[in-house]
Design a protein around this ligand. Structure first.
Ligand SMILES: [Zn+2]
Length: 602
């Protein structure tokens, strides 16, 4: 180490003639590099293979990237931008070619003509500048990338003033400025002038050589980006003047940044998706459904594709399935609730019903229960509309009303095959409920869902359907109501600024006040303040007291009060427990527990 610090001392007047590797090594040492020998070796390899030497240092992982690049900027007298200060130039994709930005990870900065040249200017370019020339402020992470220099000089006749920031921030800024797949897109358009493109919008613009490969690459980039971001759906939506691509992440739609003029590729992209899903590409007037089998990071992804003809062209929606694991850990339930559920599903007969509006995660919970029960000794059969996720070892049937394969009919034939566990996608009619009750009473464990707001609402729904109260009381073991709340991003959540009085007005228990946090917004959560979701739940167990009330045809309120007396923790209170732990926000809990079903359904 001593010899290295001596080296650093002698580097106070850096000159590249002294050698770039020595300079980088010294800067690495100054920011606390953990293994200078490794850096040395990496620099040698990089020099030999003509790779970026700055990149080589960072890739060793022995220096903190930010500190290293910042120190390098200081050493070279180059202006530094912290990640949050990085502002790409306005309209950058019209003025600066994607090929340069994406190819070299560089980006013009927002801003500013430079002030008139003064003597003593420190950026070293002053003498070469005349007032007639414009200066391009250019964000880079590697100031020694000669190929980038050459390319930029070719593009920009004036002078260039380099500003440095981190590689990570630049990569991200370039992607959000130019859009996913922009490089491919530009390749596709290379050599075509604007007018032909506009005129030929109707026809396939990709008549050139090997266009299919490029569209394929572009579509793959969109899919890969979606999977990386944890999207559950991707929508391709023609708007007339533009093609919009949106990802659903944690239940919320986000518009994907896409290259400008992507509209010209609309038909090709649609066709490519239809070919992948084995759909009829000539059929553009009728909706079609298909599937694509993908693999991402070694895991199979089942993509369900639906096309819907609209005024501006075909909408294509992709649902990405199999990106999820079904385990209790992922549901994020209160330990007490998880224990109750594990107890419930361990009993070999009876009905367990999950209630809640569309999109509240009912299927995810049911698949979790089934996965927990899924062992060779058990025969598990599901009837679904449609089958949302395939589970190995489980027999899954999709209802087909057009050939009279309804929930009730399918259930009847399934029971003849003597399953241990049956899952019915939804109980919509009295016939289905009655068969399910018979199944439960003859030694089967039955799971299903009901479209009601709360747990006790499930009881009244069954009775409203005409099921005898004593049958409900004797066959249903529990009603679970659930919602999904978004989890606060752990990187940027902050203590709440809402006053205790206000929280109390919302019904928040004052004794839990300490840990309440609210969303911030950072790069890793795309400025939403949230990342991922967890389930909140209330469980109404069929107690003897409730069975008694059912016989007396008690009202929903009476049933609710009894359920709470018997230990049910209401949905919102379960939510408050998660708020108190800093896992989600007050607004999230209020949003998903608002009593109006219609609001939740959107
Ligand atoms: Zn965040």
């Amino acid at each position: 180490m001593d010899s290295v610090s001596a080296e650093i001392q002698s580097m106070s007047e850096p000159s590249l003639a002294g050698g770039l590797p020595e300079l980088l090594l010294a800067v690495a040492g100054r920011v606390g590099c953990s293994d200078l020998e490794e850096v040395k070796a990496a620099l040698t390899r990089a020099a030999f293979s003509q790779q970026s030497q700055v990149g080589a240092v960072i890739s060793t992982g022995t220096v903190p990237e930010n500190d290293f690049l910042h120190a390098l900027a200081d050493e070279l007298g180059i202006q530094w931008r912290e990640e949050e200060e990085v502002r790409p130039a306005e309209n950058v994709r019209a003025t600066f070619p994607a090929r340069l930005a994406l190819g070299f990870q560089i980006l013009p900065e927002q801003g500013t003509e430079d002030p008139p040249v003064e003597t003593g200017d420190t950026d070293g370019n002053a003498e070469s500048r005349t007032p007639a020339e414009t200066t391009l402020p250019l964000l880079v992470w590697d100031p020694f990338d000669l190929a980038a220099w050459q390319a930029v000089m070719h593009h920009h006749p004036g002078t260039v003033r380099v500003v440095m920031t981190t590689r990570r921030r630049l990569t991200e800024a370039v992607k959000s400025s130019y859009g996913v797949g922009a490089e491919t897109f530009e390749e596709l358009l290379e050599g075509r002038d604007e007018e032909t493109l506009v005129e030929k919008e109707e026809v396939n613009v990709l008549d050139g050589e090997d266009p299919e490969a490029s569209v394929m690459k572009f579509v793959n980039q969109i899919l890969r980006e979606g999977l990386q971001q944890g999207a559950t759906d991707i929508h391709f939506e023609p708007l007339g003047h533009d093609l919009r691509i949106r990802y659903r992440i944690d239940g919320v739609l986000h518009e994907a940044p896409v290259p400008p003029r992507i509209r010209v590729l609309q038909d090709s992209v649609t066709s490519r998706l239809k070919i992948m899903a084995s759909l009829d590409i000539a059929e553009r007037r009728l909706p079609q459904d298909g599937r694509i089998a993908l693999e991402h990071k070694g895991r199979p992804i089942d993509v369900r594709v639906a096309t819907i003809p609209c005024v501006h062209g075909e909408n294509v929606s992709l649902r990405l399935l199999g990106a999820e694991q079904f385990d209790f850990k992922r549901l994020g339930l209160e330990p007490g609730l998880e224990r109750i559920i594990r107890g419930l599903i361990a009993i070999p007969n009876g009905i367990v019903l999950v209630t809640g509006p569309t999109g509240c995660g009912k299927s995810t919970s049911l698949y979790t229960f089934l996965s927990a029960l899924n062992v060779k000794e058990r025969r598990i059969v599901t009837i679904e509309d449609p089958v949302e996720h395939k589970i190995d070892g489980v027999i899954q049937i999709a209802v087909k009303p057009e050939i009279d394969l309804t929930f009730a009919n399918a259930l009847r034939s399934i029971l003849r095959g003597d399953p241990n566990v049956v899952m019915i996608g939804e109980m919509r009619d009295r016939e289905t409920v009655e068969i399910a009750i018979r199944a439960a009473q003859t030694g089967h464990l039955v799971f299903s869902t009901l479209h009601t707001n709360d747990a006790v609402g499930g009881i009244t729904r069954l009775i409203d359907m005409g099921v005898e109260p004593f049958l409900v009381g004797s066959s249903v073991r529990a009603f679970l109501a659930q919602r999904l709340v978004r989890k606060l991003c752990p990187k940027c959540s902050k203590p709440t600024t809402v006053s205790p009085e206000e929280l109390q007005r919302e019904g928040f228990p004052m004794e839990l006040l300490g840990g309440v946090r609210q969303p911030g917004g950072c790069q890793s959560c795309r400025q939403t303040g949230y990342a991922g979701r967890l389930a909140i739940m209330e469980i109404c167990l069929m107690t003897p007291a409730l069975q008694g009330l059912l016989q007396k045809r008690a009202t929903g309120n009476e049933l609710s009060e009894q359920a709470v007396r018997d230990g049910m923790i209401p949905l919102r209170n379960d939510g408050w427990r998660k708020v108190a732990m800093g896992l989600t926000s007050v607004e999230e809990v209020l949003r998903v527990t608002a009593s109006d079903l219609a609001v939740l359904d959107e």
